[in-house]
Ligand binder design. Structure first.
Ligand SMILES: Cc1cc2nc3c(=O)[nH]c(=O)nc-3n(C[C@H](O)[C@H](O)[C@H](O)COP(=O)(O)OP(=O)(O)OC[C@H]3O[C@@H](n4cnc5c(N)ncnc54)[C@H](O)[C@@H]3O)c2cc1C
Length: 467
């Protein structure tokens, strides 16, 4: 095994690490190393010096202490939906074996270990009549999602970010200490962890509030892409008329010809309108009517659904694939923005991106939570996100297309953005990370980074440099 500087690590040290943990310790070339390093985005491979497949918080402590003793950086992976660096030379801690979960129906809380995905929480929470603040893709990991804010396309405008409802985090900091972090006992570290995603330690367990929601009215309406202009106009006129219990987004999609997609969508150019409404189906029908009237639909999947079907709103891909992505916070989606969006992504644009979406935020996303955190996107009106499928040998061309579309939206850009929507490319832009948090928030984060991670052990992320 070699470290970041290419030095060989002492095999006895690695043997000692192996003896100190229950989970597997895998070096490059070992059976299981590739599988343990697997990522959702296939153009973002992980190549750490060693992987520790943590089976418990004690394993995480042992792995972080090992890294500290040998001056190695630490990377962490759960469900692998936002790997931003190959983490070469690092100790990679994978949390996929840490599947502990409990639901407290009386207090309305859920506690999960670091390897749990939302798809595993949904049925357990539903048994207690509860719903967590889950995002569009239930295969995403709970902890990474929550540390990056956690923007839900169904509960968010009513309850705010997932991070706003965290009661406790157990975290192993760079010094190898396991700390119990609550807003009462450790308000600074609590503030930094929730928003500062991955910069302050390895979270081993998290406890958060869930809400008494068991169903919703929603899903997606697909229109032929030629009707983008009418759909955008109808959506923009409609947005100010709906309350916080209605969440929506719109996406232009050039879909692949995959059997996983319903027949009319295979290989199709579509506008996908996404609806998540917490009121009754009858009210939902009435509210969605002006959108249905915008153009003839290709496929209308909006209806009454159990909460566990939240993934049907966006129908995000679930299988790993190679792609490049970009995101941008927008302060408005005015008539001029919509016109530019149409020209950049519409039928005449020549756009090759698989999806370009605009999510409307607002509502409770704008409100300060009871316990302050460092989520930087509060008050952001919209977020644009785009991805393009292709392999690393096409990187320049694919990035070029993303740049073309996002440069065209820059006149309406906001410096704020959702941490969870940042791409791997954005992780190498130190100035961009500073701007995203804003000077004041970044300086406080950097000061806390100096306290809890002065050596920047946790650096394979949207890095906050220790002050
Ligand atoms: C298809 C798709 C749909 C998505 N939809 C939404 C959405 O609707 N709303 C939203 O907010 N986000 C959304 N996201 C973003 C998603 O929330 C983030 O990518 C999230 O970080 C994924 O977590 P993971 O465990 O899957 O990823 P991983 O790649 O395993 O983790 C990502 C990062 O999270 C941090 N992290 C993970 N676990 C820990 C831990 N135990 N301790 C400390 N740090 C940790 C690390 O910095 C790590 O690099 C979506 C992503 C995809 C790919």
């Amino acid at each position: 095994m070699s470290d970041a500087a290419g030095r060989r690590l002492n095999p006895q040290d690695v043997a000692a690490l192996r003896d100190s943990v229950y989970g597997p310790v895998l070096e490059p070339g070992a059976d299981g190393y590739e599988a343990e390093c697997a990522t959702f985005n296939l153009v973002c491979p992980l190549r750490p010096a060693v992987v520790v497949g943590a089976s418990s918080e004690q394993d995480v402590v042992a792995a972080v202490r090992f890294a500290a003793r040998h001056g190695l950086p630490v990377a962490v992976k759960s469900a692998a939906h936002q790997v931003v660096s190959a983490a070469e030379g690092a100790v990679l801690i994978t949390t996929g074996r840490m599947k502990g979960m409990s639901v407290d129906a009386q207090y309305g809380t859920v506690t999960v270990q670091a390897g749990v995905r939302w798809s595993e929480v949904l049925p357990r929470a539903a048994e207690a009549g509860l719903a967590p603040i889950v995002g569009s893709a239930p295969e995403v990991g709970v902890v990474g999602y929550t540390l990056g804010g956690g923007q839900s396309p169904l509960l968010g405008r009513t309850y705010g970010y997932a991070a706003d409802h965290v009661r406790r985090l157990d975290v192993v900091t760079a010094d190898g200490q396991l700390r119990r972090v609550t807003p009462q006992d450790e308000p600074d570290l609590y503030w930094a962890l929730l928003g500062g995603k991955g910069n302050f330690g390895v979270v081993t367990e998290i406890e958060f509030d869930a809400f008494p929601v068991s169903r919703f009215y929603g899903g997606g309406i697909y229109f032929p892409g030629e009707h983008l202009e009418q759909v955008l106009n109808a959506w923009r006129a409609w947005l100010p008329t709906v309350g916080e219990d209605m969440t929506s987004s719109v996406a232009v999609q050039r879909l692949p010809d995959l059997p996983a997609l319903p027949e009319p969508l295979r290989g199709a150019f579509v506008v996908h309108l996404r609806i998540g409404y917490l009121g009754t189906a009858a009210d939902g029908e009435r509210l969605v009517e002006p959108l249905r009237d915008a153009a003839p639909a290709l496929l209308d999947l909006v209806g009454e659904k159990p909460f566990g079907a939240i993934g049907e709103i966006h129908l995000d891909p679930v299988d790993p694939m190679p792609y490049y992505d970009r995101s941008l916070g927008l302060r408005e989606f005015s008539a001029k923005t919509a016109q530019a969006f149409l020209e950049l992504t519409g039928p005449e644009s020549g756009c090759t991106l698989v999806g370009v979406e605009i999510r409307a935020l607002g509502g409770a996303f704008d409100r300060e939570p009871e316990f302050p955190n460092s989520v930087p996107s509060r008050g952001l009106a919209y977020v644009a996100f785009a991805s393009v499928v292709g392999t690393a040998d096409q990187a320049d061309e694919l990035r070029g297309e993303l740049t073309r579309v996002f440069d065209g939206l820059l006149p309406w850009a906001d410096e704020r953005n959702l941490v969870n929507f940042l791409s791997p490319d954005e992780a190498t832009d130190a100035e961009g990370v500073r701007e995203l948090y804003g000077a004041q928030r970044y300086e406080r984060l950097a000061a806390l980074k100096r306290t809890y991670d002065p050596g920047n052990v946790f650096r394979f992320n949207y890095n906050i440099t220790p002050a």
